[in-house]
Design a protein around this ligand. Structure first.
Ligand code: MLT
Length: 403
């Protein structure tokens, strides 16, 4: 029996599992200490009333023979696909049709699975630092080459450094990639590219026959009018970009699971339609997001849902501002926190993991070491605005005093 040896190449465990293990060990040693978790970007506010109401109704429907739903359509219920097409795209002037929208259990799975559509030799380009799923899923598929533990670099991955030197905006690569992952607003740096900056990438992808894999999971946090909510707001994107969206961050569905991916019909390479391939994959490997979740997703677009969720976003952004301002007052160099709930700080002379340990030991605050997101993340650290306001204030006070 031969296993997929690419898995053996993956260093350690998934970033957030490593952090969770470290925190558990610390808590075991110091059971009296109260730990504040601003590490993983998990939400803390409960699901809003409009969505809870929709969930209850959907559950009742499932208990009645005349309204019961079995297998969901594998690409998503038309009611949700049509609503998304209208509310997220048509209203922003984007030409995205309901049948180009594929409902799923979340952006993480789709970001991980999308690489199946591309050949084993396809080269990937990623921002550095980057959400680890993009790289790890390509390692599993054998597309990343060999790992050099001393530099944290995969031999076949094209890295696009995003550091304070380039204000966290990736520059075009020297080598030509086939797949370009862009997360905007960025996880982890919390910074965002404007439409003008994205246009450079769209033109580049169209010229070089590359595909942009655009993760827009944090679009609800955009406040800057120059930053588009969808890549399809950028002219030319329909012939080169796939977009991932999530209900986790805009509606608190991290524990419920719902997302969608847009694969435009125009997207074809060598006569093969990526839209048809993704539909084929979805139909074969996925039995559709549950009816209950999709009804909950509908409530996100209701008037009541929108109002309640805007309040949640404002709550988390107040946290992000509190973190950014507090850190600046404490003398840290800070990015993000304006179009994103993530704040990215420079750790000075300390490495990211040294800073992690110091913060945990001295202040009992958990964040995410920047180097876990890629080599250019070294000497940076991420804090999230997804905690409670009270804990956020407390965490910043502790960092100012002991950090
Ligand atoms: C993060 O902390 O980067 C995110 O919560 C991870 C995710 O969305 O899967």
């Amino acid at each position: 029996m031969k296993i997929n040896e690419n898995y053996q190449k993956l260093p350690g465990s998934y970033l957030f599992s490593t952090i969770s293990k470290k925190v558990k060990a610390f808590q075991k040693e110091h059971p009296e200490k109260e730990i504040i978790r601003l590490g993983i970007g998990d939400v803390t506010l409960p699901i809003v009333p409009a969505v809870i109401k929709a969930l209850h109704q959907a559950v009742d429907e499932m208990g009645n023979a005349s309204t019961f739903h079995g297998y969901a359509p594998d690409l998503g219920y038309p009611f949700l696909r049509e609503t998304i097409a209208r509310e997220d795209y048509e209203k922003r002037g984007c030409d995205v049709k309901a049948d180009e929208i594929f409902i799923s259990d979340g952006a993480k799975s789709d970001c991980g699975n999308i690489q199946e559509l591309f050949g084993p030799e396809a080269r990937i380009a990623v921002c550095d630092p980057v959400y680890p799923v993009y790289v790890d899923s390509n390692v599993m598929a054998g597309r990343a080459g060999e790992y050099d533990p001393s530099s944290g670099i995969w031999s076949k991955v094209i890295y696009l450094p995003c550091t304070r030197e380039n204000r966290f905006v990736p520059g075009l690569p020297k080598e030509t990639p086939d797949m370009i992952y862009l997360c905007n607003p960025s996880n982890p740096t919390g910074t965002a590219m404007t439409g003008k900056q994205l246009k450079v990438w769209v033109d580049y992808a169209n010229e070089h026959d590359a595909v942009i894999l655009y993760d827009a999971a944090y679009e609800a946090y955009i406040s800057d009018r120059e930053v588009p909510h969808s890549i399809y707001e950028v002219e030319g994107a329909k012939t080169c970009a796939i977009e991932f969206r999530s209900f986790s961050k805009n509606a608190g569905f991290t524990g419920m699971r719902l997302g969608f991916t847009v694969v435009p019909k125009e997207l074809s390479f060598g006569g093969a339609s990526l839209h048809d391939m993704w539909a084929r994959r979805h139909g074969t490997k996925y039995n559709g997001a549950p009816y209950i979740q999709q009804k909950a997703g509908m409530a996100v677009y209701s008037q009541e849902g929108r109002r309640e969720l805007a309040e949640q976003v404002a709550y988390y952004m107040r946290n992000a501002r509190t973190i950014a301002q507090g850190l600046e007052e404490a003398g840290y160099e800070v990015a993000g926190g304006v179009n994103s709930p993530y704040v990215w700080l420079h750790t000075g002379k300390l490495t990211s993991w040294e800073f992690f340990d110091r913060l945990l030991e001295n202040a009992q605050v958990v964040g995410t070491p920047g180097s876990g997101f890629g080599p250019s993340g070294e000497h940076y650290f991420r804090l999230t605005g997804f905690g409670t306001y009270e804990n956020t204030v407390k965490a910043i006070e502790r960092i100012k005093t002991y950090g």
